[in-house]
Design a protein around this ligand. Structure first.
Ligand code: AMP
Length: 267
């Protein structure tokens, strides 16, 4: 598939991470396919990788609730309310954070959801309650969701992917010991920092996360299926192949009624 280059993507993720104001429509940039998407699927399926690719395709910032919590954790001593401190304890154990806290966090970031380039949410919603509240919020903003993309992978492959993940604590670059190892063992290619295992990728937390996913996934998938917005993508192949399949599927599904600016600029 030939893709035109992406035009001036908005990339101020600090607005998302810290709930600060951000530009809605960067001057001179034209959104080409402003889909509003949520990404679903178990931990380890590659949602973060796909979120980065899909967001670049949209020209929007990748928006991850897990990243908001990890960012809060990194600045814990200066930033955190008692509620956030409790949320971070849950995250460290691999448990889901309470809906009320996650929903407050989303509401504080509506600027990003109104982005003219669309959005791609990674890690939210995780429960039917979160999905319902997101729909209400998006209806208020007049920006309804186009699709929920569910990535699937067998459990043994999920465990392999999770156990090999490493992250640079300084620049946040991600590696995988099998599929994208660093050039020098255990060190970041870009900044030389010693790589870390994410706290919630440790085996005891992984088991809790997979259980939490299994407990909430079916009703959430049913919620989106019932409203005709569920798209299932099998995620065994390479990240690039999975990305291409996702784009192809979205284009096919929205052929008759693509998101507005896409319709104008793709002709
Ligand atoms: P992730 O990077 O999406 O796997 O998220 C890391 C952790 O952040 C999860 O294991 C939860 O503890 C917390 N978290 C992120 N998003 C949510 C959410 N939508 N609902 C509840 N907890 C969340």
């Amino acid at each position: 598939m030939t893709e035109k280059p992406i035009i001036a993507p908005p990339a101020d993720r600090s607005a998302w991470l810290e709930a600060r104001p951000a530009c809605l429509e960067p001057p001179g940039a034209t959104p080409r396919h402003p889909f509003r998407l949520v990404l679903l699927g178990p931990p380890g399926v590659g949602k973060g990788t796909q979120a980065a690719r899909i967001s670049a395709w949209l020209g929007a910032c990748p928006l991850s609730t897990g990243d908001v919590f990890r960012h809060a954790k990194a600045t814990e001593t200066t930033c955190c309310s008692p509620a956030m401190t409790k949320a971070l304890e849950k995250m460290s154990r691999g448990e889901l954070v309470d809906d009320a806290i996650v929903l407050d966090l989303i509401r504080e970031r509506t600027t990003c959801l109104r982005c003219g380039f669309g959005f791609c949410l990674d890690g939210f919603p995780r429960t039917v309650e979160q999905a319902r509240r997101l729909d209400v919020l998006l209806a208020e903003l007049n920006r309804p969701l186009h699709a929920a993309v569910d990535f699937t992978l067998p459990r043994e492959k999920l465990l392999r992917r999770l156990s090999g993940r490493r992250t640079c604590p300084k620049c946040r670059r991600g590696y995988h010991l099998e599929t994208s190892p660093p050039r020098r063992e255990d060190h970041c290619d870009d900044c030389g920092e010693v790589l870390q295992i994410r706290e919630d990728d440790r085996p005891e937390a992984v088991a809790v996360r997979l259980e939490a996913y299994a407990a909430t996934a079916d009703p959430l998938l049913a919620y989106y299926e019932a409203s005709g917005r569920l798209i299932r993508i099998e995620a065994e192949k390479s990240p690039e192949a999975v990305f291409r399949r996702t784009v192809r599927t979205l284009r096919a599904r929205f052929k008759e009624a693509p998101p507005e600016p896409w319709k104008q600029s793709e002709t």
